[in-house]
Design a protein around this ligand. Structure first.
Ligand code: GLN
Length: 472
């Protein structure tokens, strides 16, 4: 049934970059045979799952929606893919995203366009736009996304689904193509908190292959349907300030009242450094990205510019310069290897990826490192301390996931700064490493979904899931 829906509607929605019906059906039949033979099956037995195209899967293409990795085939399984296979999930295919997960609309994909299933003129959000659109369009009940600064929660809000960024270190990053390693986290996306818990339980947990993986129990997810007694919910005044759309404000306040009616206590709290979060994030994330993306050199991975052409061009240039008596200029020409490196990156990275590499390289360079990178790390610590204080007072922090519902495709993509500001409410959780989720809490008058963001202290995913279940 899911494959039929994909065949019919993926051409319009564009959530999948690739899917393989034959392979999925073969896997499903195999699981069914094992079921009939009475073999024990995993917790996701036969459940269709689709994955953002950023997690390595052995023998399969893992493109990050980039020309750089368009033909790259992963030589091994990422831990998340390995765990999905071990849980007997049926993998349907690969979902569109912003190139290397940089963006908030999925428009930075070099390989396809994705629309919001609620209104095809609108963006599904990003960077996990394909993962959110796939759940909203009923192409799969469960999908995997990644969240470096909001890329699970913001598209979940825009597409009216539920998504969670776990605590940093909860889900293994082994085999996840790195964007900003200290912020990246893999997470589940689904219709409801209950489905989310099922997928989260299958992928989370310690992995010795990721040195930042936490060796802590993931909690009892079978109890998420039990209401939380004495739940204290905080709302930060900074989350209801200028710039917040009136309909989003109203929907979130209504959700707070629902919690109050369910017996929760509401507490006003403050995150005084949250006004620096976007600026801090857009120093740290590009710095880490510029370092992580240095590996795409035309030699080790992916795209390589045409070396024969480069060599021929260089010889022609050298000959012309020598003939004109410009001996020094001829000697200063690139070597073929340097030219190949430069050309490969120039040709295969899109404009946003190049922008991040330049920003990050600049902020890390001698003379600017202290002023930008080191300063950003200090502010990051202050943001974390804000959260520590808040979670001494409350169990869950509730607020808007985004300031507005989904925007129209094309409306922000040429204005990087405006696109960065969309991340206002989401980046702090990544800077602080705390778990955070988005769940639907209403609709705008034009019929677009609105997201409620819940955040909790490190390792408190169970609390988040239970709080979300209570509301749903
Ligand atoms: N929109 C943010 C960015 O462009 C977040 C992306 C993400 O979480 N991967 O960096």
């Amino acid at each position: 049934a899911y494959l039929d829906r994909i065949d019919e509607h993926n051409p319009g929605v564009g959530a999948f970059l690739r899917y393989d019906a034959e392979r999925a059906l073969t896997a499903a039949r195999h699981i069914d045979e094992r079921r009939k033979a009475g073999e024990p099956l995993g917790p996701l037995a036969g459940v269709p799952v689709a994955v953002k195209d950023i997690l390595a899967e052995q023998g399969e293409r893992t493109t990050c929606a980039s020309r750089m990795l368009e033909e790259f085939r992963a030589p091994y399984d990422s831990t998340v893919i390995a765990r999905l296979k071990a849980a007997d999930a049926v993998l349907l295919g690969r979902l569109n995203m912003d190139e290397f997960a940089m963006g908030g609309s999925t428009e930075n994909s070099a390989l396809g366009k994705t629309s919001n299933p609620w209104d095809l003129k609108c963006s599904p959000g990003g960077s996990s736009g394909g993962s959110a659109a796939a759940v909203a369009a009923d192409f799969a009940p469960l999908t995997i996304g990644t969240d470096t600064g909001g890329s699970i929660r913001q598209p979940a809000a825009f597409c009216g689904i539920t998504g969670m960024k776990p605590t940093y270190g909860r889900v293994s990053r082994f085999g996840l193509v790195a964007f900003a390693s200290s912020l990246d986290q893999v997470g589940p996306m689904a219709r409801s908190a209950e489905d989310l818990a099922l997928l989260y339980g299958a992928i989370a947990g310690h992995d010795p292959q990721d040195s930042t993986s936490l060796n802590q129990p993931i909690g009892d997810l079978s109890t998420i349907s039990q209401p939380l007694k004495g739940l204290r919910i905080g709302y930060a005044k900074e989350h209801f300030a200028a710039g917040l759309d009136g309909e989003v404000d109203e929907a979130v306040r209504t959700a707070l009242k629902v919690y109050e009616a369910l017996g929760a206590t509401l507490v006003e709290v403050s995150l005084p450094h949250s006004k620096y979060a976007v600026a801090t994030y857009y120093v740290i994330a590009p710095c880490e990205a510029s370092s992580n993306l240095a590996r795409y050199d035309g030699v080790h991975y992916g795209y390589r510019s045409d070396v024969a052409k480069i060599t021929a061009e260089l010889s022609a240039q050298r000959a012309a310069l020598e003939e004109a008596g410009e001996r020094r200029a001829a000697e200063d020409l690139d070597t073929p290897l340097v030219r190949m490196y430069r050309q490969s990156r120039s040709e295969a990275f899109g404009p946003e990826v190049k922008r991040r590499i330049m920003l990050g390289t600049y902020a890390l360079s001698a003379g600017y490192y202290d002023a930008y990178y080191l300063k950003a790390l200090k502010v990051r610590r202050l943001i974390r301390q804000d959260f520590d204080k808040v979670f001494e007072q409350v169990d869950v922090l509730a607020g808007p996931t985004t300031a507005t519902p989904a925007f129209e495709l094309g409306s922000l993509v040429d204005d990087p700064l405006a696109m960065y500001l969309v991340d206002l409410y989401t980046v702090s959780a990544n800077l602080a490493g705390v778990p955070a989720m988005s769940l639907p809490c209403g609709f705008s008058k034009s019929g677009l979904p609105i997201g409620l963001q819940l955040q909790a202290k490190p390792l408190a995913e169970e609390t988040l899931l239970r709080a979300a279940y209570m509301y749903q």
